[in-house]
Design a protein around this ligand. Structure first.
Ligand SMILES: [Fe+2]
Length: 283
């Protein structure tokens, strides 16, 4: 039976793993092993794989604070084939998948800022350990110098659903959230002076699990650099830490499950980013 075109939402594509690049990948891998409970193993020359409960990160030699790729797993082979047809039918250019964790059915498409978004099938369950604090890899966000083509790529070419937008007093979009699952966003994008990775996030599920992360980070003397707070869009509770390269890493809980509701527009102001007060404004 031939595949039927399927959007990223219909394919239930969830953020499965991602690759960061670093001038010092050994140091970065050690951080994710120790702080984020993702056991690091060497995966060839200058490449590490860090795996915890439902969270996997590849760290490779390259530019600091840069994304290698973000990889989404589809619910099954029919969905993956359907999504490829969908992307091809919406002017997406299919590239070979750069991920060693997906098989050769996987493919990639590049957003207008050059970020490689990969889709494939999860071969093996993540390296679960009951001792790990809960925190599946859940979303990734980008800085962008022009959000309009970025939104178009994620919403139209990949078929993610637009959840919320933030606009300034002049009507200019400053933030945009899209989702490929029922969770408020699996990708977010912020208007910034420079394009690139903004942050990635692990979803702890419950406030008390953020408490457990806070206790764990405190024992390691790893400072929380933003939060605790609650985002407006997504309604998620959060804390942020910084890895040794300066990448912002979020631990979130209670992210909104979106069912039937219209796209909401938020005001560009600190209280939208953090309804409890202090905000890191991107622009
Ligand atoms: Fe986030």
């Amino acid at each position: 039976m031939s595949a039927v075109a399927m959007s990223a939402v219909a394919a239930a594509a969830y953020l499965h793993h991602m690759e960061l690049t670093s001038a010092d990948p050994a140091r970065l891998a050690e951080f994710y092993d120790r702080v984020m409970q993702m056991r690091a193993e060497k995966l060839g020359a200058d490449r590490w794989i860090c795996r915890g409960a439902d969270r996997t990160l590849l760290v490779s030699k390259g530019r600091d604070k840069a994304l290698g790729f973000a990889a989404f797993a589809c619910r099954d082979a029919e969905a993956l084939d359907g999504l490829r047809l969908y992307v091809e039918g919406h002017k997406g250019v299919i590239e070979k998948s750069p991920s060693p964790l997906f098989d050769d059915r996987a493919f990639a498409a590049r957003d207008p800022e050059g970020n490689a978004i990969v889709f494939g099938l999860a071969k093996t369950p993540a390296g679960e350990s009951s001792r790990d604090i809960r925190g599946p890899l859940q979303h990734i966000t980008f800085g962008s110098t022009d959000l309009v083509p970025m939104e178009k790529f994620y919403a139209e070419t990949l078929g993610m659903a637009l959840t919320d937008r933030v606009k300034d007093a002049n009507g200019r979009m400053t933030t945009c959230f899209v989702r490929s699952t029922h969770e408020h966003h699996t990708v977010g994008m912020f208007l910034k002076p420079e394009a690139g990775l903004d942050h990635h996030s692990y979803e702890a599920g419950e406030w008390t699990t953020i408490r457990d992360w806070g206790d764990h980070l405190g024992q390691l003397h790893e400072p929380i650099v933003w939060g605790p707070g609650r985002h407006g869009p997504g309604n998620n509770l959060f804390i942020f830490i910084k890895d040794p390269d300066g990448n912002m890493v979020e631990i979130s809980a209670e992210i909104e499950y979106v069912r039937d509701r219209p796209v909401k527009e938020w005001k560009h102001e600190p209280y939208t980013l953090n309804s409890w007060g202090p905000a890191i404004m991107r622009i």
